[in-house]
Design a protein around this ligand. Structure first.
Ligand code: ZN
Length: 300
């Protein structure tokens, strides 16, 4: 899941979560998801995003941060009677790793009734005070949940060290040029590691490099070519956003729809098929362990 998919989720969350108080929460007992419980008692003031991280900023100086990994999804629905008695084991079978209860009135403590252990009741006494439930479903468990003091990302190195978000105004050609110049890695690896710019993964890196005519293997770029790449990155992400994101396997928006950008890809996952610029077959290679598609003729 990359920036456009996460941005679609954030825009939908914004419409329904602002002003809601978290009155109960549960997290799978692993380090990745257990911090969900710390958010009980706080009220969501706004939804922000940095790269692939969703930042739910509270009225109080705290942030609930979700990273959906490869295939996680978040959804909101009205609470049902069975939510009161569902066990951690049953949640696990549905690949639900964290859940948050919303409602008005007194907050429901993180202790009693929001069990962590298999077989324990995770909604007991809760339903009368709660009206909606948000669930994080993550089959492959590459997601993360954090609850931190506002702006304190020291426990989240990939967020702490991330470059500017690719769709925010502080992603400038000058800053991008300097950041790329300071590394000797190939351009694809640099774009994936989030340090020069945050938000891109395999799909949008392959698309942007193809559009800019830049080989993923290149290790340095002139200022002019950096400018082309900067433009191509923003263009590729906005195109993904326009189609509601890319659904290859699991991606669903906050309201459960699939994206359609997978039907409009120019390069990603098209290895062996004709290049849309020169008609020669696109090459597929492994680069830093990641599958990479590019045109040897058009990308130099
Ligand atoms: Zn070509």
């Amino acid at each position: 899941m990359e920036l456009p998919e996460v941005e679609v989720v954030c825009r939908q969350m914004e419409k329904v979560l602002i002003g809601k108080k978290i009155v109960g929460a549960w997290g799978h007992p692993s380090k990745r998801f257990s911090p969900a419980k710390k958010s009980v008692g706080y009220t969501i003031q706004n939804i922000d995003r940095h790269g692939k991280y969703i930042l739910l900023k509270m009225k109080e100086p705290y942030e609930l941060i979700c990273h959906l990994g490869m295939s996680g999804s978040l959804s909101l629905r009205p609470i049902k009677p069975e939510d009161e008695t569902i066990t951690a084991l049953q949640l696990n079978k549905k690949y639900i790793r964290a859940r948050w209860f919303f409602g008005a009135g007194e907050s429901f403590g993180a202790g009693k009734g929001v069990g962590e252990n298999v077989g324990e009741n995770v909604g007991e006494n809760a339903a009368n005070k709660m009206s909606e439930i948000m669930e994080l479903r993550d089959v492959r468990r590459f997601g993360w949940v954090f609850f931190v003091e506002e702006g304190n990302y020291s426990d989240i190195p990939t967020l702490q060290d991330a470059g500017p978000d690719a769709l925010k105004p502080n992603f400038t050609v000058d800053g991008f040029y300097k950041a790329l110049k300071s590394s000797r890695q190939n351009i694809k690896t640099q774009l994936l590691n989030q340090r020069a710019v945050a938000g891109l993964g395999n799909i949008y890196v392959d698309e942007a490099l193809f559009d800019a005519g830049i080989s993923p293997l290149r290790k340095s770029l002139s200022y002019e070519r950096t400018e082309d790449l900067h433009k191509a990155i923003i263009k590729a992400l906005n195109k993904g956003l326009k189609y509601g994101g890319t659904t290859l396997r699991d991606y669903r928006t906050f309201t459960g729809e699939r994206g359609t950008h997978q039907n409009h890809l120019n390069c990603y996952d098209r290895g062996g098929q004709p290049c849309k610029k020169c008609q020669k077959p696109l090459s597929h290679i492994k680069l830093g362990g990641r599958g990479t598609t590019y045109c040897k003729t058009c990308q130099k």
